[in-house]
Design a protein around this ligand. Sequence first.
Ligand SMILES: Cc1cc2nc3c(=O)[nH]c(=O)nc-3n(C[C@H](O)[C@H](O)[C@H](O)COP(=O)(O)OP(=O)(O)OC[C@H]3O[C@@H](n4cnc5c(N)ncnc54)[C@H](O)[C@@H]3O)c2cc1C
Length: 257
Amino acid sequence: MRQVIYKDTPYSVYSKPEYSGVVGISSGGIYEIPEALSQELQDQFLQGSRVVTILNQQIAENSTENETTRMILFSRQSGQYGYLIHTPLPLELLAGKSGKELIDLAVLELKKAEFPDMIQQLVALSSPEKIIQRPYYIHRATVPTSNQPKWNMGRVVLAGDAAHGMPPFMAQGANQGLEDAAVMTTLVAEIHKQNQWDDMAAIETAFSKYEALRRPLMERVQYATLTRLPLSSGQHRQEYAQQVYTRNIEEIMQTLL
Ligand SMILES: Cc1cc2nc3c(=O)[nH]c(=O)nc-3n(C[C@H](O)[C@H](O)[C@H](O)COP(=O)(O)OP(=O)(O)OC[C@H]3O[C@@H](n4cnc5c(N)ncnc54)[C@H](O)[C@@H]3O)c2cc1C
């Protein structure tokens, strides 16, 4: 849709998403591992939980990069494990990698990030048929205002990932898409009520209101996603929660009308 609405405009550069620099590598489901390794993982990491996030704190703190290698490790029951690794990688290194080659790449990245042997062993045992990779892309909400592409053209308006797709590190993509939908349906219902379907100025005003409300929040959410600042301290967490979770959506809707 972006390619259609930005075609032959100064915004055509924003038709396609930008690689975020980070890839997800997933086991593609649960698989069995030997009992001894399972016990080590339970004792060291899971300690009775079904899911944990693992990262090398020392590397994360000393890194100048926004992103360091992380693993979400989950266990269904004793001996059954799955994972999702987020790791910064150039796209060229990832291209075409699957099966055993992808397992080797994942193990290498964990080694570079100094993850313990038991985690490397776990990944080395992944099923080559199931392991999958997915580079994460972003449509940045923050762009130079001199060349900022509007989210709408005529009767077409972007919402969800098409407007502001982002990596899933703060679990906000779908949530923000739903908020877009809530705002947009409120505005479109008003257009219907006023019978303004052929009034392009009214439609433009509605879409501009939507973007003016949503873009600044998306800038903050994407910033938090890319830097993971809210996870770094209690104060940052509180500020982020204030911005993202404690808004009264009904009050916001009222301001639109
Ligand atoms: C690993 C992972 C974990 C995530 N975890 C979370 C989370 O915990 N919380 C959260 O809020 N978000 C999460 N997200 C993000 C969330 O999945 C997305 O933000 C959300 O799905 C975007 O919804 P959307 O409707 O905007 O786009 P999509 O879900 O991409 O829907 C677009 C649809 O349009 C279809 N389509 C594309 N082109 C055409 C065409 N030309 N004609 C017709 N149909 C077309 C596509 O097939 C697709 O079905 C996660 C994402 C990933 C990858």
